[in-house]
Design a protein around this ligand. Structure first.
Ligand code: EPU
Length: 430
């Protein structure tokens, strides 16, 4: 069992460099399946979700070579199956991007239902609606595998999404790149990683217009050529370090970022009383100048405040005097971690989609990461709380944060990863 152990109570100071965006990487890597030549993908984050998706492609026959920590060479040409049903596929949400990518390449796809962080029901009805309109019949096999078949006719379509969905927008974009004719996605999601995926696909020769707006038009092409492509910086990782600086009342420089992607986060921190200085590829967060104010937050699809920073900001708000109200409008059930913060002395009550936070003092405690961003909230709470906080279930954190322990150490945090032998394993060998 591995844990992260933090002796909190020290403000963060210094510089941190943000890695490539997880949610772009896990869409772009499956996107390589559509390419007719090898690709090199740079600025890949060093996280377990990337290793998982790379292994899934390997299992399907792709040649995947890690050039260095942040660069992958992928030759998708040897892939000769439209099936991805191994156990690994279930371990991550983004493996469902193989549905769109394989449908685009083979006009058929058979993919295990995805796993990923659990925040209640995570339907994929909008993905399937898009594929159906493009000519694919779909069947759910044994409640575990989705079987798409568009071999009779695979074509562009006009698709209106009933809800703004990142995954559906990406999946249909992937499928449409090589479909005959034009696909129009209406009510599309606008997240930076959707624009990044479109830029990647266009650099290979795809014809996608409008990514980043709510109407995306894709005209199918026959051939995609190999490229070297560098993934955008991780907006959520940046937001996490910014929240941590504010929570510890420190001052940090966050490098390798795109300030435009951080507007909702920067403006919320400004509203709280932090000083935020933006540069071309860096931002300075200074929470040392004045006491911070309570604020309300409502999560929204981009360009609104990102749901993936909600737990980190709830952790921050537990340190700020007064009552703050957070409204989670994207996910039904993204407050499972609140009981862990309460173990650390936080005063938070949850009513449906609202979390009502009375700021106060946090005390160290043993806590667990209940999902990826919940784990980030535990890190922030641990950095604030006097005493030693130990966080379990850290594999969730490692799914999405590159080198998180060394990055916080470089900011002056007293944090380390430790290995605790499993008591059952000891009992068996004894
Ligand atoms: N939804 C439907 N039907 C669908 C798809 C989605 O009703 O067919 C609903 C969902 O239930 C949810 C809302 O639409 O209420 C938004 O879901 P979306 O499809 O946008 O989420 P996702 O694609 O499954 C991605 C990120 C999540 C992030 C959300 C929202 C990846 C791999 N995951 O998930 O990231 O929370 O968008 O921005 O890109 C994370 O990084 O920690 C994470 C969970």
């Amino acid at each position: 069992m591995e844990r992260i152990v933090i002796s909190g109570g020290k403000p963060l100071y210094g510089e941190v460099t943000v890695s490539g965006a997880k949610n772009a990487a896990v869409a772009i890597i499956p996107g390589v399946v559509l390419c007719d030549e090898p690709c090199r993908i740079e600025n890949i984050p060093n996280i377990s979700d990337v290793s998982l998706i790379a292994n899934i492609l390997r299992d399907m026959g792709a040649m995947v070579r890690r050039v260095d920590k942040n660069t992958l060479d992928i030759d998708p040409r040897p892939i000769n199956t439209y099936e991805a049903t191994e156990e690994g596929v279930r371990k991550m949400r983004a493996s469902y991007y193989l549905l769109g990518a394989l449908l685009g390449r083979f006009h058929k796809a058979k993919v295990a239902l995805p796993g990923g962080c659990n925040f209640g029901v995570r339907p994929i009805d909008q993905h399937l609606k898009g594929f159906q309109l493009m000519g694919a019949k779909n069947e759910l096999i044994n409640g575990a595998i989705i079987d798409l078949d568009a071999s009779a006719s695979f074509h562009g379509a006009r698709i209106y999404f009933d809800t703004v969905s990142v995954g559906s927008t990406i999946n249909v974009m992937l499928a449409a790149v090589k479909a005959e004719g034009q696909t129009i996605i209406e009510n599309a999601a606008k997240e930076p990683h959707i624009v990044d995926l479109a830029n990647f696909l266009n650099s290979m020769g795809a014809n996608i217009r409008g990514a980043g707006t709510d109407v995306i038009k894709i005209r199918g092409v026959e051939y995609l050529h190999g490229v070297t492509y560098s993934i955008i910086p991780d907006q959520i990782e940046a937001g996490t370090y910014m929240a941590a600086a504010a929570a510890t009342r420190g001052k940090i420089t966050v490098r390798n970022i795109t300030p435009k992607h951080l507007e909702s986060i920067s403006s919320k921190l400004r509203e709280m009383g932090c000083e935020i200085d933006e540069y071309d590829e860096a931002v300075i967060v200074d929470a040392t100048k004045r006491p911070l104010n309570r604020v309300n937050i409502k999560t929204m699809p981009h360009p609104g405040f990102p749901t993936d920073c909600q737990p980190q900001f709830v952790a921050l708000l537990t340190t700020v005097k007064g009552t703050s109200i957070v409204n989670e409008s994207v996910w039904d059930n993204r407050y499972q971690y609140v009981s862990e913060l309460v173990r650390m002395g936080a005063n938070i009550s949850v009513e449906g989609r609202l979390a009502i936070i009375e700021g106060g003092t946090l005390t160290a405690a043993p806590v667990k990461a209940t999902d990826l961003r919940a784990g980030a909230a535990m890190l922030i709470a641990g950095l604030v709380a006097e005493g030693t906080t130990s966080i379990s279930n850290i594999s969730y954190i490692e799914r999405g944060y590159s080198d998180v322990v060394t990055k916080f150490q470089a900011l002056g945090a007293d944090i380390k990863k430790i290995y605790i032998p499993d008591p059952d394993a000891v009992a068996t060998t004894a």
